[in-house]
Design a protein around this ligand. Structure first.
Ligand SMILES: Nc1nc2c(ncn2[C@@H]2O[C@H](COP(=O)(O)OP(=O)(O)OP(=O)(O)O)[C@@H](O)[C@H]2O)c(=O)[nH]1
Ligand SMILES: [Mg+2]
Length: 323
């Protein structure tokens, strides 16, 4: 039996191997993906992102149990942070997530952040495709919200939950770091901590102002999605089903608003991600390692050329296939 046969027969060991194969970009990974790609059937992909230690893994755990109790098959992708903030966090995650390992309808996978953030987003998308092909219904993707990476990774998800905590300034921080733009649902975790109500009110008033700005600048558009602010205490399993309901409402909103439009937006962004990776690979293989590049660098350093003209020149030559 080939690896693919075993994968298609529902063998979890084969699943893990296929994921590694795809994640490592081993020779022929895209042909394998082409055979696994399940066409129209898609799992619902939910991204959870937020500051280090906000409780993302705890929430993912609780959500996974909630969904698996509803007989849904849940895949979890934990994108390992390279960030120095989160050293050692992974081990903690593993220990906490151990409770889930016994469940047949839950599968957990961590992914290393290597290469460019664009490459990671493409790899995450492809691991989602593998999990979909294996028959998972929901995929939960955890990333630490500290930079561009989570914004890119979030772009492969259908709904994005931004997790934050009552520590002062966190909500303002979230606005600034671009997390605001990617949030479909806000989750104020650690609501057992002091200051939760105040932060929730603060965030809601910011969202309110944004709504007003939006409605005056665009006129009365057809009911835009209103980002809900949910409260949870992950360690006590409080607010988890309400959080999931908010995600479901967002899913429904997406589907009702313009299902065909949404599918093509998704297909387009997934395709662009794959194409960008291919193009980058080609550039790296055929241009970045050539004498042309070395010579161009010398010219720039010696003051005989500017990088803009020479980049354009090199690119045009490469495009015409002369390099
Ligand atoms: N008080 C309180 N503590 C919580 C809550 N949820 C999680 N924690 C604790 O917060 C710590 C971090 O939780 P994690 O779930 O690992 O947080 P994370 O966001 O996944 O962390 P990183 O992956 O390292 O960014 C753990 O010690 C949890 O037990 C909560 O609702 N209330
Ligand atoms: Mg975590």
């Amino acid at each position: 039996m080939t690896l693919l046969d075993r994968f298609l027969a529902g063998d979890r060991v084969a699943l893990a191997k296929v994921i590694s194969f795809v994640e490592d970009r081993s020779e022929g990974y895209d042909q394998l993906l082409a055979r696994i790609f399940s066409g129209g059937r898609r799992a619902y992909r939910v991204g959870l992102t937020g500051p280090p230690g906000a409780g993302k893994s705890s929430l993912v755990n609780r959500l996974a149990v909630l969904l698996s109790d509803q007989n849904l098959k849940v895949g979890i992708i934990a994108v390992d942070p390279t960030s120095p903030f989160s050293g050692g966090a992974l081990l903690g995650d593993r220990v906490r997530m151990q409770a889930l390992y016994g469940r047949q309808n839950i599968f957990i996978r961590s992914m290393a952040t290597r290469g460019s953030s664009g490459g990671l987003a493409a790899a995450t998308k492809d691991v989602c495709v593998v999990l979909e092909g294996f028959g998972f219904d929901v995929i939960l993707v955890e990333t630490v919200g500290v930079g561009q990476i989570e914004l890119d990774v979030a772009s492969v998800c259908d709904s994005v939950v931004v997790v934050f905590v009552p520590e002062s300034g966190d909500s303002i921080q979230a606005m600034k770091s671009g997390l605001m733009e990617i949030a479909d649902v806000f989750c104020l975790n650690k609501s057992d901590r002091p200051g939760a109500e105040r932060i929730k009110a603060e965030l809601e008033s910011i969202l309110d102002v944004q709504r007003q700005v939006r409605s005056t600048s665009r006129g009365a558009s057809s009911a835009p999605w209103e980002i809900p602010v949910m409260q949870t205490v992950a360690i006590r399993d409080t607010g988890i089903s309400e959080l999931w309901s908010a995600v479901e409402r967002h899913r429904l909103y997406r589907n009702q608003a313009d299902p065909a439009g949404y599918r093509s937006v998704r297909a387009r962004s997934d395709l662009v991600l794959t194409l960008t990776e291919l193009a980058n690979d080609q550039l790296e293989k055929t241009l970045f390692d050539t004498d042309h590049l070395d010579r161009a660098v010398e010219q720039i350093v010696s003051g005989h050329a500017d990088p803009y003209s020479i980049a354009r020149q090199l690119f045009e030559t490469w495009r015409r296939g002369r390099t």
